[in-house]
Design a protein. Structure first.
Length: 430
């Protein structure tokens, strides 16, 4: 069960060091296998994609692309309550991400110089969506909606077939609601390769986003540079800061909500209350009996979970910033007071009634978040993830001549005489 660690400058650091072992160092055999798949798809196109689909999924559909009629049928035949829940989530996600939109600018100076920046959506984006037992319609919404708002021209989704060879219908419903343009029934590293290189059937994309298994993640990592990717995600994690006023049953429930994702998931409670620590352990034991993924939760909490007893709020804040968690819940009195002090977190959940699943599914902020401490320098998926910026410059002849000596000085100092010459030939042509 979950250990209780008293923070003394040593014990908590020993535990935190164990979290580094969660990083999934990709086995060389996995890297080699994925590299071979990528190269074969690059050279073989659809034929290679079909061969790998039949090999890994047991069968390959005759037609890789799912028809628009099939997508519309999934939506019209879906459970009304489920559709309404997705529509409400869509509205919240769209409202939040619409506020992230930025505009280009143009700056015209009195001397005739014009400077500016264009902001526009990527031409085509690929979204990978797991379709087997780990099928997450919410990920469709979180990846597609900001891309649409950014102005991406075309969104291509790939999703592997289920064991019966058909697509997951919940995924199709979410795709219809989010506005996916085309869907292909393929998965694995071969699907990522097809998106990156393009095949006879599958269009080449500019960026690939979405979660997947170790083969998918490795393919994305190896293809970065050929295409852009969202991020290399690690195991899920939650950090909760709570005082004695936080209900132990809430804290325990939220710790387990992340532990059930993966045996490598990490769930940590920081508290100044020994009573809360002990009551949380009891609540974990009580609530866990009712949960389907109990074995995964137990293993995750035992290996990568801990309750750390801190001396004061300042120590909690210091540890939270050092951990830079994917999800950070602040179950303290007056939680809004802590926002300015918490600098490293993917998403922050404030108060006793803002549990992490609220962000996963419904509130609006994106649930594609940096993991494994990378919130120190990475940001959540956003509208900005799907745009590109380019600047433009217009100078008059007179203004270029005014700046020419200084430009040539810098260029020659760098040893780039052809750069200087580009300016000089214009200076001489007066």
């Amino acid at each position: 069960m979950m250990q209780i660690v008293k923070a003394d400058g040593v014990r908590e650091n020993e535990f935190l060091a164990t979290l580094k072992t969660r990083s999934r160092e990709v086995d060389s055999a996995v890297t080699a296998a994925v590299g071979e798949i990528l190269e074969n798809v690059r050279l073989g196109g659809d034929r290679a994609v079909r061969d790998y689909t039949a090999k890994f999924d047991g069968q390959c559909p005759e037609v890789l692309e799912i028809s628009r009629d099939a997508v519309n049928d999934a939506l019209t035949q879906a459970d009304e309550a489920f559709v309404n829940a997705l529509l409400d989530a869509q509205a919240n996600i769209a409202d939040f991400h619409n506020r992230q939109k930025t505009q280009g600018f143009i700056h015209t100076q009195e001397n005739g110089v014009i400077l500016g920046q264009r902001v526009r959506g990527l031409k085509r984006v690929g979204v990978y969506v797991p379709g087997g037992t780990a099928a997450y319609p919410s990920s469709v919404l979180m990846n597609v909606i900001p891309a649409k708002i950014a102005g991406v021209e075309e969104i291509i989704m790939v999703t592997p077939p289920m064991k019966d060879g058909r697509p997951n219908r919940d995924i199709l419903v979410a795709a219809a609601i989010a506005g996916v343009d085309r869907i292909f029934l393929i998965g694995g590293a071969q699907a990522v390769a097809a998106l990156a290189y393009g095949t006879e059937t599958i269009p080449q994309v500019d960026k690939i986003v979405g979660p997947g298994n170790i083969y998918v993640a490795t393919a994305k990592k190896l293809l970065y540079g050929t295409v852009d990717i969202d991020m290399v995600a690690g195991p899920s994690e939650i950090l909760i800061m709570a005082d004695g006023g936080a209900p132990a049953k809430y804290v325990a429930a939220d710790l387990m909500s992340q532990a059930e994702h993966d045996r490598l998931a990490s769930s940590i409670l920081l508290t100044t209350s020994e009573t809360l620590a002990e009551e949380t352990v009891k609540e974990l034991e009580r609530q866990m009996r009712q949960l389907e993924r109990r074995e995964i939760i137990e293993e995750s909490l035992e290996n990568f979970g801990a309750i750390i007893l801190c001396q004061n709020d300042a120590q909690m804040i210091e540890l939270a910033n050092a951990l830079a968690p994917e999800h950070l819940e602040v179950m303290l009195q007056n939680p809004m007071e802590y926002i300015g002090k918490l600098h490293n977190a993917g998403s922050v959940f404030l108060g006793n009634y803002s549990p992490e699943p609220l962000g996963d599914y419904f509130a609006g902020p994106n649930h594609v978040l940096p993991t494994s401490g990378t919130a120190r320098f990475f940001s959540p998926l956003s509208v900005d993830s799907f745009v590109k910026r380019s600047s433009f410059i217009y100078y008059t002849k007179d203004e270029l001549l005014k700046a020419s000596d200084e430009i040539m000085l810098i260029a020659e100092r760098e040893g780039l005489t052809a750069h200087a010459n580009s300016i000089r030939v214009r200076s001489e042509d007066v």
